[in-house]
Design a protein around this ligand. Structure first.
Ligand SMILES: [Zn+2]
Length: 466
């Protein structure tokens, strides 16, 4: 695999002169793009950053002492890589912590099940809850039940998720994670189980937040947990054989006093228009089960290394400032993203483009956008065409751009979406298996090459995209 990306670059070395697109990049810009791609495809800075974060900090749940250590780590990394204006913007975040989590079938075939509490779940009593199981094929079926129709039962939403390249299966499947515990309460159930939101067939459950931890009125809910896919299959089989399946569930998560989280920010100041900003981000927090390697250690490594290579490979810095933002408390409800948009409200007009890497470590195959003005589409496409040596194709102007881009996007900031191949992403997402060994250094380099080239171009060209 290692040489494929490198070879493909050389196959396309004639690319810079072959474009006659809607924008005339200067000879220097074309040369610099080539330099950046070559440097990135032979550099391990990004991979070492992911290794360092996942090894020296490990899991880093929002608001935890470990997330604080991650911020300290990030400041040290930025400083040693010679970034400027390194700072931490702190904010307060409610804090939830996992406790004991066990589940078992008590009859007709007693056996343990592999479960994990959903983020924000309330606790069961210390000795657990037990009830008769009722399976729903999807969230809609649970929602169609009358109030109290499931009194005393444990409801189980057994809805699977489609494996897709662009991750579109997630948006559909995640609805049950957000709503099952609240719907279960409405129908009188004592607990809710869901089939994990994920595509893995392995025996580990996928966690994830239910509603945003900052939601002041989430509504009443019951203890809620995700089952691994094979355990969900097992329950389905058992319930086919017996009308009365009983489940016992113990979950003891705690809500702790509000704690501190923060965004870590660093910059490569622009050489001519340093007040104008190209933002690239990733999130620093992770779930607690794995070490947050593909979610989102990889993104941290990609954006830090891309900006670092722009700063160290080229003779002159790009015209505009490259700002790297490592968002805190993403997983529990995009708390850092909201804080950033509030803090930099007065600068949002000066944000030329923003992008987040938060979809694992697969190769980038498409570059889409959002909020790019109609008359600027051709220019954005011309930028995309400069990335064709990396096998990246143009996307449309309706992209998400990553979770932490939500509020910037709502504020009208042009968003770029360097979309990774996510077919395997949800095999690992939010599980104990999200560890450093899953990151492929060659694929990571392709990501860094794409970010470095893209960020350099949009930071150096005079054009804006609004
Ligand atoms: Zn993420």
């Amino acid at each position: 695999m290692q040489n494929l990306v490198v070879i493909s670059l050389f196959l396309f070395t004639g690319f810079v002169s072959s474009f006659s697109a809607a924008y005339d990049f200067s000879e220097e810009q074309k040369r610099n793009v080539k330099l950046l791609m070559n440097a990135s495809l032979h550099d391990d800075t990004g991979y070492r950053i992911v290794e360092s974060l996942t090894t020296e900090v490990g899991p880093r749940l929002a608001g935890s002492e470990a997330e604080k250590r991650a911020r300290d780590w990030a400041v040290r990394q930025f400083e040693s890589l010679k970034f400027e204006n390194v700072r931490v913007d702190t904010f307060s975040v409610p804090r939830w912590e996992r406790g004991i989590e066990t589940a078992e079938v008590t009859s007709p075939f007693p056996q343990k099940l592999s479960v994990t509490a959903l983020g924000g779940s309330v606790a069961t009593p210390a000795d657990g809850v037990e009830g008769e199981l009722h399976i729903f094929p999807n969230l809609g079926a649970l929602k169609s039940m009358k109030n109290n129709a499931m009194a005393g039962k444990i409801v189980f939403v057994d809805e699977s998720m489609a494996r897709t390249q662009d991750g579109s299966g997630y948006a559909v499947a995640v609805a049950k994670r957000g709503q099952a515990a609240f719907e279960a309460h409405r129908v009188g159930a004592v607990a809710a189980l869901i089939r994990s939101v994920g595509t893995s067939s392995h025996r580990f459950p996928h966690t994830g937040q239910m509603k945003s931890i900052t939601d002041k009125n989430p509504g009443a809910s019951v203890p809620a947990a995700a089952l691994s896919a094979p355990d969900a299959d097992q329950l389905a089989r058992i319930s086919h054989m017996s009308e009365h399946v009983r489940i016992k569930l113990i979950l003891t998560p705690e809500v702790l006093p509000a704690s501190t989280s923060g965004n870590v920010i660093a910059e490569i100041p622009g050489s001519k228009k340093d007040e104008e900003i190209v933002l690239i981000g990733a999130h620093l927090d992770s779930w607690d089960l794995g070490t947050g390697a593909v979610d989102d250690g990889a993104g941290v490594g990609i954006v830090m290394a891309a900006a670092h290579l722009i700063n160290t490979t080229l003779q002159q810095r790009p015209r505009r400032t490259v700002r790297v933002v490592l968002f805190g408390a993403e997983e529990v409800g995009l708390v850092g993203a909201k804080s950033y948009t509030d803090t930099y409200q007065d600068q949002l007009d000066l944000h030329i483009v923003a992008a987040e890497s938060d979809f694992g470590a697969g190769v980038i195959w498409r570059l889409g956008s959002a909020n790019v003005a109609e008359e600027k589409h051709d220019v954005f496409t011309a930028v995309t065409e400069m990335l064709s040596p990396l096998k990246i194709i143009p996307g449309d102007n309706t992209s998400s751009g990553g979770p932490d881009m939500k509020y910037l996007k709502e504020a009208g900031v042009p968003i770029a979406d360097l979309r990774q191949d996510g077919r395997d992403y949800f095999d690992l997402h939010h599980t104990a298996d999200d560890t450093f060994d899953k990151v492929d250094p060659v694929k990571l380099r392709q990501n860094i090459a794409a970010y470095a080239a893209f960020v350099y171009l949009v930071a150096d060209m005079e054009e804006r995209f609004r």
